[in-house]
Design a protein around this ligand. Structure first.
Ligand SMILES: NC(=O)c1ccc[n+]([C@@H]2O[C@H](COP(=O)([O-])OP(=O)(O)OC[C@H]3O[C@@H](n4cnc5c(N)ncnc54)[C@H](O)[C@@H]3O)[C@@H](O)[C@H]2O)c1
Length: 435
């Protein structure tokens, strides 16, 4: 395929070399004359393992060239891959000037091109950039997205220092777009890589890179805070984290990675607090671990606000314990939410097949006596009774068998879902907590 690459920095130079190595015809574009000259001499613009040889070979084979003329490169290619920089502004916002400048340049060049053109945004950009990029191209070229051109989002996951290796061995290749032909064309570029190709919505492809990198930063700071506390206590932090990584059920796994309601129960809040206090007593600051509780409280406030915004006062809780399949009410975020709603004058009813007041004993009973002393007045024996007066239904348990009750739920003013029950999502009165 004939491909132009906009931006010949770390990402662009590696893409240029690796795509040429895979047999494609490449033309690089950069505003920096020095970078263009280097490529035209068969030299890379960056220092990276293996890149010298890859660029040299591609150049010798006549598959790599570069220019400062955007129009020349667009006309000579079927696909333009955008790898220009997206630096932060001094205020911390993303500066997308280089991105939109290339949209103008490509739009201008398309005036002189009759064939369909695909643009691939490889740079890290905020959600919404792809669509705006297309608008700029359409306005400048007078051509139509979907008919004359397409814009595809394909974030780059390589890391400097191992860029070539990362290019050939990504965990996944993410491609977001709205044109089947363009998606097919871009997928074909990566078919030889030993990694699944994930076709997704444009905005999902745009945000994933931010989510990935934020999580990587979180992992590093989490390990460092564990390290600092461990060191203060004379514990080998590397031994701790090595062991931590061996739990592939709950630690290094998809467990818990579902956006939803706050955590609770008798262990997570208590043990997190215990570790933070341990750090505090050793004069070790733990801003990440300490921030976890605040984030959890925010999620409870978000749920409360979603209910309050309905303007209704009669709320039915489907599920009260901290998760399905248990009667443990201790530190259940739903108990907190119920307590807050009652305090604000809402009337609540509760349906939870596992919670029978007569069977609650010990710490579980004491907790509920302290937080919801009138639980027996609120809890219903069956769902129909709980729903009878309700205007808003709050779903809190994943195992709720919603299908048989869908019609009844549709008649309520609102269904607020804290766990994401797929069968309910098409109800007109449905609100998901964070989806
Ligand atoms: N460096 C990484 O490890 C890495 C990894 C993944 C993603 N990314 C993302 O990829 C993008 C590029 O990163 P990078 O590190 O390669 O940047 P870089 O600064 O090394 O290179 C960007 C290049 O774009 C050129 N440029 C700017 N405007 C241009 C225009 N209108 N036409 C042609 N060229 C133009 C610049 O001269 C520069 O050579 C960024 O969004 C970055 O966040 C970077």
């Amino acid at each position: 395929m004939k491909i132009s690459i906009f931006g010949l920095g770390y990402v662009g130079c590696v893409s240029l070399g690796c795509l040429a190595k895979n047999g494609h015809q490449l033309i690089g574009v950069d505003i920096n004359a020095l970078k263009v000259d280097l490529i035209n001499q068969g030299k890379p613009t960056i220092v990276e393992k293996d890149i010298d040889q890859i660029i040299r070979e591609g150049h010798s084979a006549g598959r790599i060239a570069a220019t400062q003329q955007a129009a020349e490169a667009v006309v000579a290619s079927d696909i333009s891959i955008i790898c220009v920089g997206t630096p932060s502004s001094p205020q911390g916002h993303l500066n997308l000037d280089y991105i939109y400048k290339t949209a103008e340049q490509i739009g201008e060049a398309l005036k002189g091109k009759d064939s369909f053109h695909t643009v691939v945004i490889r740079s890290t950009v905020l959600p919404g950039t792809n669509r705006k990029f297309g608008e700029v191209m359409a306005a400048v070229s007078g051509k139509e997205r979907g008919k004359d051109f397409s814009v595809v989002s394909n974030p780059e996951f390589l890391r400097e220092g191992t860029a070539v290796k990362d290019y050939y061995h990504p965990a996944i290749t993410v491609i977001g777009g709205d044109h089947e032909g363009a998606l097919e064309q871009v997928s074909s570029l990566y078919r030889d890589l030993d990694a699944p190709i994930e076709i997704t919505a444009i905005e999902v492809a745009e945000i994933i890179k931010y989510v990935n990198n934020s999580f990587h930063a979180l992992k590093i700071t989490f390990a460092n805070e564990v390290g600092n506390i461990s060191k203060a206590l004379g514990i080998d932090s590397h031994q701790v984290m090595e062991l931590f990584c061996k739990d592939t059920h709950l630690n290094i796994s998809p467990a818990y990675f579902k956006p939803g309601f706050a955590y609770g129960g008798s262990c997570l809040p208590k043990d997190l607090k215990g570790l933070v206090t341990l750090g505090h007593d050793q004069y070790v600051a733990t801003p990440v671990l300490s921030g976890v509780h605040e984030s959890n409280e925010y999620q409870k406030r978000t749920a409360y606000e979603l209910i309050a915004r309905t303007g209704k006062r009669n709320i039915c809780f489907v599920g009260l314990s901290f998760k399905e399949g248990t009667d443990d009410l201790r530190y259940s975020p739903s108990v907190d939410l119920a307590e807050k709603l009652i305090g604000k004058g809402f009337r609540i009813s509760i349906y939870d097949p596992n919670v029978r007041l007569s069977k609650l004993v010990g710490a579980n009973r004491s907790f509920i006596d302290e937080h919801l002393p009138h639980l027996s007045d609120l809890i219903a024996e069956d769902l129909d009774t709980a729903l009878a007066e309700a205007e808003v239904v709050l779903i809190n348990h994943r195992n709720f068998d919603a299908a048989p009750h869908k019609e009844k739920l549709a008649q309520k003013d609102a269904v607020v879902d804290l766990v994401r029950i797929p069968e309910l999502e098409d109800l007109p009165n449905y609100s998901g907590l964070c989806w």
